[in-house]
Design a protein around this ligand. Structure first.
Ligand code: 5AD
Ligand code: FES
Length: 349
């Protein structure tokens, strides 16, 4: 029985790589104890509010060729689209009306959206709405990050994807692990709240890799930690990748992250719904406190499939909004009303 171990880790907020591996392999009553501990720490440290961050997938153009991603530049099967600046601003307004207190602007690494154009989008949204803005647009140089912050950018999501630099190099033909990590430090230096994370179950990784990914994410002292299952996309070089045999491991990963990062925002990422019926709801009872409803207009949704079986492709923003309200109510939780800024204190960063 690992109940004592789980209690100790929940109390201390610390665990060794070996202990994390032990938890990743646990089952039965231990599994229940782990999920219950993560839910309790979530309740005590970040409360029962679920923050809604509406995600706007504003362009699927991408200059990069990440081996796992459905919208990688070389994938000719994808019809490319790019929203206009005014269109993005209008959608952000709609997202706010639907109850989102943050909008997440996500795209491939699209060179049309220069630093100036991104700043124009940020300023446009800030003029018309009261939402917080998160960017998720890939790696950008430090001077651009500073300009984004000055324009009103609050947060930025940039996953490190895996902490195994050899694996990182193999699946990112255009990227360098050190540059990725430097960008995360640059974001902090620019005064932007940072979200990062990894894919769970990448082919080529082991349980040990997941344990080290958890420790790496924790060491970064992130404001937000976004992780989801790796799902193989047929039009990508990694398409043969296996699913984790122990499907609970996806959830265990999230729960352990909560124990080690009690005050971080942890979203129930969309990929959980692609793999499990009601997957996002389950994660919300196992440590997560953020939901990211898709607010991309319906006509674009099928064109932004990073992985197959993505949920909400046939729904529009209104339908997702109703769905999300129902999910939160059924969980006995409430919708976050404030901006939902970082839960970390200055000395924790
Ligand atoms: N399976 C799961 N997640 C993926 N992402 C990209 N492709 C896939 C995939 N095939 C994730 C990456 C990226 C985020 C926006 O989507 O982690 O950072
Ligand atoms: Fe989109 Fe449920 S969140 S349909």
């Amino acid at each position: 029985m690992k109940k004592d171990l789980i209690r100790r880790i929940a109390d201390d907020g610390e665990a060794s790589e070996i202990e994390i591996e032990e938890l990743l392999r646990c089952g039965g009553d231990d599994l229940k104890a782990l999920y219950a501990a993560a839910d309790r720490v979530r309740h005590e440290q970040v409360g029962d509010e679920i923050y809604l961050r509406g995600i706007i997938e504003f362009s699927n153009y991408c200059r990069k060729s990440c081996d796992y991603c459905g919208i990688r530049g070389p994938n000719r099967a994808v019809t490319r689209y790019r929203m206009g600046i005014d269109e993005i601003v209008d959608i952000a307004g709609e997202a706010e009306r639907l109850g989102n207190t943050t909008v997440v602007l996500q795209s491939g690494e699209d060179v049309w959206f220069t630093g100036d154009r991104i700043c124009e989008v940020i300023r446009g949204i800030k003029r018309k709405t009261g939402v917080a803005i998160t960017l998720s647009i890939g790696e950008r140089p430090y001077d651009e990050l500073v300009r984004f912050k000055a324009a009103g950018c609050d947060r930025y999501l940039l996953r490190f994807e895996t902490s195994d630099r050899e694996l990182f190099g193999r699946i990112h033909p255009d990227d360098d692990f050190d540059v990725r990590v430097q960008c995360l430090h640059d974001l902090k230096r620019a005064g932007i709240q940072v979200g990062s994370g990894f894919m769970i179950g990448l082919p080529g990784g082991t349980v040990g890799t997941i344990a080290r990914d958890i420790l790496f994410a924790t060491a970064l002292k992130l404001d937000m930690i976004g992780c989801g299952p790796y799902l193989s996309h047929p039009d990508t070089p990694l398409s043969q990748g296996p699913l984790l045999e122990d499907r609970e491991m996806y959830f265990k990963t999230l729960s352990i992250l909560r124990l080690l990062n009690p005050r971080a925002h942890i979203p129930a990422t969309t990929a959980f719904d692609a793999l499990f019926e009601g997957g996002r709801d389950l994660v919300l009872t196992r440590g997560a406190n953020v939901f990211m409803p898709n607010v991309t207009p319906q006509k674009y949704r099928a064109l932004y499939q990073l992985y197959p079986n993505k949920p909400c492709v046939d729904e529009d923003s209104g339908q997702c909004s109703v769905c999300v309200m129902g999910r939160v109510a059924r969980l006995g939780r409430t919708i976050g009303t404030g901006p939902g800024h970082s839960g970390l204190q200055k000395d924790e960063k």
